[in-house]
Every structure is written in structure tokens, then in C-alpha cells.
Design a protein around this ligand. Structure first.
Ligand SMILES: Cc1cc2nc3c(=O)[nH]c(=O)nc-3n(C[C@H](O)[C@H](O)[C@H](O)COP(=O)(O)O)c2cc1C
Length: 202
């Protein structure tokens, strides 16, 4: 039997696109992001791992002028113009009751029962895994040739009221603009630590 190892390293160009040359953008070219592109981001990010395949992320893609204006009201002054200018900004939330979906998302086990009656464990699982999913979203967008601008400078209660009013069990984690970033809108790259600074191999 031949054992297949996953030893295919991506090209330098791919690694540059995902990491080395990818930046967090503050300004955007006036170029539309299609709904098909948003679907394509989802179709990649949903394949990346979450605990017990819980998939707790709940996303509102803010694309219309009305929705942008509503989101702009909820963010810190410094982020307002960015949200208004971006072709789309994802409100990346999570569902505190994600466990209701586990019977079909994780059919191998009765995972729903692990979380029933333990809201603290659900909050922790939902926040941890929706943060991962937000990161997957950014890498999926970059893989598809788009740029990202993540932001946590907003009033969470206001975002929840504006975008999750019908879903009181959904809460925002962070928001992330997606589009074609204007290189004129970014500072010089901030320093990144060497391996030895924050790592050790035990
Ligand atoms: C979760 C998160 C929240 C952030 N919040 C803000 C924000 O509110 N406003 C802002 O201008 N940048 C924000 N940033 C952008 C970071 O400052 C930026 O990603 C970091 O400095 C690295 O920049 P680079 O990707 O261009 O190297 C945020 C980034 C992340 C990941």
C-alpha cells in the first residue's frame, strides 16, 4: 500500500499572496466584490477545522449603502471611513447556541449533549472557533485574490443590535472588510518576532 504524505509545499508566489506580502488594508479601490466571490470565500473557509465541526460562525456580509451606513454608526471614529469605502465588510459573529446544529454537523457522536446546560463552555467554544473561522475567512479571501481589513474597534452591543436583533443568541466577534486594497492606505510593515522570541520547542 502506498502511503500518501501531504508534503506538497505551496509555491513562493502562493505563500507571498497568503502571508508574506498580504497586508491589512485601510483603503479600497472602487471595485466591486461579487456575491459569487463571497460564496467562494465561504466554500473554502467552511472546509477548515472547528471543534467537533461546530461551525459557530454567523456572518452578515455588509454590502448595501444602507447596511454600510448602519455599520459605520457602530464603529470607532477611525474605522468609519474604512467601512463606508470598502466594497463589503463581513460582520463575523458567533452563535451561542451552535450546539443545536451539532446533530447534523457532527453525526458521529451526540456532541449536542456535551454542551447542553453549559453556556460557559458554549461561549468559550463559539468564541474560540469563530475566531478561527474569521482567520480562515481572511486566508480564503487572500487565496482568491482579495484583500482584507480586520477591525475590532466597534461597539459590540451596537453591532449586535444593528445586525443580530432577530438572533439574540448571535454576537459579533470582529468585523473584516474585503475588497481590493489600496497600497497607498497602509503603513510600513510592523516588526514581526523571530521564532526564538515567542516560541520554544519542548
Ligand atoms: C482582530 C483584529 C482587529 C483589528 N482591529 C483594527 C481596528 O479596529 N482598526 C484598524 O485600523 N486596524 C485594526 N486591525 C489591523 C491590525 O492593526 C493589523 O492587522 C496589524 O497591524 C498587522 O498589519 P499587516 O497585516 O498590514 O501587517 C485589526 C486586526 C485584527 C486581526
Amino acid at each position: 500500500m502506498t502511503v500518501q504524505f501531504h508534503d506538497h509545499v505551496l509555491s513562493d508566489a502562493a505563500l507571498d499572496q497568503l502571508f508574506n506580502e498580504a497586508r491589512s488594508y485601510n483603503g479600497w479601490f472602487d471595485k466591486t466584490v461579487s456575491d459569487e466571490q463571497l460564496h467562494a470565500i465561504w466554500d473554502l473557509m467552511k472546509m477548515a477545522p472547528t471543534s467537533a465541526n461546530m461551525q459557530p460562525v454567523r456572518i452578515v456580509w455588509v454590502k448595501s449603502s444602507d447596511a454600510k451606513a448602519k455599520l459605520a454608526e457602530c464603529v470607532m471614529e477611525g474605522n468609519r471611513a474604512k467601512v463606508l469605502a470598502a466594497p463589503v465588510t463581513a460582520v463575523i459573529g458567533y452563535d451561542i447556541d451552535f450546539h443545536e446544529e451539532l446533530p447534523w454537523l457532527f453525526p458521529h457522536a451526540d456532541a449536542k449533549s456535551w454542551f447542553e446546560g453549559d453556556e460557559r463552555a458554549r461561549e468559550q467554544g463559539a468564541f474560540r472557533n469563530s475566531s478561527l473561522q474569521g482567520a480562515y475567512l481572511m486566508l480564503a479571501a487572500r487565496a482568491l485574490g482579495l484583500d482584507c481589513g480586520p477591525m475590532s474597534g466597534f461597539n459590540g452591543d451596537a453591532v449586535n443590535a444593528a445586525f443580530f436583533a432577530d438572533e439574540p443568541r448571535h454576537r459579533v466577534n470582529f468585523i473584516c472588510s474585503v475588497g481590493y486594497g489600496d497600497p497607498a492606505s497602509i503603513f510600513e510593515r510592523s516588526p514581526r518576532p523571530e521564532f526564538a522570541t515567542f516560541n520554544r520547542i519542548a
